[in-house]
Design a binder for this molecule. Structure first.
Ligand code: NAD
Length: 299
């Protein structure tokens, strides 16, 4: 079997278009555009790239984008004061504090200071609790993007065996909660799981969120399974005699697993583009809920 390659880039562009198309109706109803404010502390190169991409995408969707760039020696008290001011600012629908923060700042204290109704990353414990309890709330972007791709490929997920490798608060755990809510039978595997290949082979849906280059091999995958590769790993480019350099790969051995799986996300071009698209979606949803409006259907 040669797996269908899931085009996350195309799906994400279509979602971004749907978000952008819904902005004028929100503006007509409220007299303002939805607004996302991103806060970045320090000079981490990857974070700078992500923050620029988020700002551009927000503007392209017709929403208001503000970025606060703070120096690396910003105190926790100053950062918390900014978050408090953003919580009180009516023009701000979404607040995203880019992680990681410098080591002298307690990340969970900062996340917990964000108004849960503006927490478009979905990391606040109130939103984790809402997700766990099956209540409406803001859901972390990457796992929600994975779920959208899975439903697009498979339709109804009910009764399927799902294995999520990774138990982080930002990917693995919320992914497992979302799949449970869709009536999958869910296993969370992690670094202490015994016989991980055997656990993976049970999966109709296999989500890898580990951060280990090409760890999941073809013989770990049930024939016909749908494989979602969240991992982003930079490795040396395999370029004999070439100029060297690096390339991005996922947690899944794409070439090997493609010969066994029914469908698979590539890296890059799979889950990655979904994260920003869902961030825009979450901002629009947060704006509607804060304004007492029903979020547009189809998002
Ligand atoms: P994390 O480091 O917080 O968690 C990794 C998880 O993998 C842990 O729960 C750990 O138990 C598990 N693990 C580690 N080694 C393992 C092993 N040998 N076998 C089984 N499980 C093992 O990472 P994270 O923040 O959840 O991110 C995971 C990956 O997803 C990273 O590569 C990250 O870059 C990527 N990521 C991508 C996006 C995106 O937009 N595509 C977003 C977030 C994270």
């Amino acid at each position: 079997m040669t797996a269908r390659v899931i085009d996350g880039k195309a799906f994400a562009l279509a979602l971004r278009d749907r978000v952008g198309a819904a902005v004028p109706a929100f503006q007509a109803a409220t007299g303002r555009v939805p607004g996302l404010t991103v806060v970045i502390v320090g000079e981490d190169a990857a974070s700078q790239v992500y923050v620029r991409a988020k700002g551009k995408a927000t503007e392209a969707a017709g929403m208001a984008s503000v970025t606060h760039r703070l120096p690396a020696d910003t105190t926790q008290a100053d950062l918390l004061a900014l978050v408090t001011a953003l919580n009180a600012d009516e023009a701000v629908d979404g607040i995203l504090v880019q992680l990681p923060l410098p080591r002298h700042i307690d990340e969970s204290a900062v996340i917990d200071a964000i108004d849960p109704d503006k927490d478009v990353d979905g990391f606040h414990v109130v939103n984790s609790g809402r997700l766990a309890a099956g209540l409406p709330g803001l859901v972390p972007c990457t796992p929600l993007g994975c779920l959208m791709l899975l439903e697009d490929v498979l339709g109804d997920l009910s009764g399927l065996d799902a294995v999520v490798i990774g138990r982080s608060n930002i990917v693995g755990k919320p992914m497992a909660q979302l799949l449970t809510a869709k009536s999958c039978t869910v296993t969370i595997a992690h670094s202490r799981t015994r016989d991980l290949p055997a656990v993976c082979r049970r999966a109709d849906i296999l989500v890898a969120a580990v951060g280990r280059a090409e760890m999941i091999k073809a013989d770990w995958v049930k024939p016909g399974a749908t494989v979602i590769d969240v991992g982003i790993n930079r490795i040396d480019a395999d370029d004999p005699g070439g100029a060297g350099g690096t390339k991005l790969v996922g947690d899944v051995d794409f070439a090997g697993v493609s010969a066994v799986a029914g469908a698979i996300t590539p890296v890059p071009g799979g889950v990655g583009p979904m994260t920003i698209a869902v961030l825009l979606r979450n901002t629009l949803v947060a704006a509607h809920l804060r304004a007492g409006l029903a979020p547009p259907a189809g998002l």
